[in-house]
Design a protein around this ligand. Structure first.
Ligand SMILES: [Zn+2]
Length: 217
């Protein structure tokens, strides 16, 4: 029996996607999408930025020193949110950023249009070579501010990780993890609408590469 390939191979070469224009665009929907809030999701010019499995790197935290307790609480909250997504998707935690599609960083997002936020997800598309094969991949940097209550960090992480795993849009229902506005009660679980939207997304065609880049050095 052949061994399965490693889940999160190291990237040996990376280059930016050569496509032009904005990365997130309105989809041209060929089928009626009634699942959850799928009609509110954006796609990319290269296709839906989802994957069959995800490799996630979380910024390491210190276990000693004066700030250690806060760093560990941040880490626990992020891990709890990841655990909730792991019930829906194959997600592997990696210790090297070059193995990851999602990088979770412990820092406050910079102001955007003069407004502060506790979390942000930033999407790039890249051509990546792993195990001698090139493919087009999403790379998502997720910024989670440490300056929040632990349940707020968990709710922020659950929301931003939803974007990272391909849900580039917002729900108009307050009880959904991807709600456009956080309600008074932090959402720590995925609603049936969140799950239905993710399931719909996973059934869409994924990223396609127009031209296979040369594998010559
Ligand atoms: Zn959002």
């Amino acid at each position: 029996m052949e061994l399965p390939p490693p889940a999160c191979p190291l990237a040996s070469e990376v280059r930016p996607w050569s496509g032009q224009g904005p990365l997130l665009i309105e989809p041209v929907l060929t089928t009626a999408s009634s699942a959850g809030y799928s009609s509110r999701l954006k796609t990319t010019p290269a296709g839906w930025p989802h994957r069959k499995q995800w490799c996630v790197w979380v910024e390491p935290v210190t276990t000693q020193g004066p700030g250690a307790i806060w760093q560990q609480r941040w880490h626990q909250a992020v891990q709890a949110a990841l655990g909730t997504w792991q019930d829906q998707l194959p997600i592997h935690l990696v210790t090297e950023p070059l193995r990851a599609h999602v990088l979770v960083e412990r820092r406050r997002p910079p102001l955007l249009n003069n407004r502060a936020s506790n979390g942000r997800a930033l999407l790039q598309l890249r051509e990546v070579r792993r195990d001698q094969r090139w493919s087009l991949e999403p790379l998502v940097t997720v910024l989670i501010s440490p300056g929040q209550a632990q349940t707020a960090i968990q709710a922020t992480s659950l929301h931003e990780l939803g974007h990272a795993f391909g849900l580039w849009g917002h729900s108009d229902h307050a009880g959904d993890a991807l709600a456009v506005k956080a309600g008074a009660v932090p959402v720590l679980e995925l609603s049936p609408r969140d799950q239905a939207t993710l399931k719909w997304l996973q059934e869409q065609p994924g990223l396609t590469q127009a031209d296979q880049p040369s594998t010559q050095p």
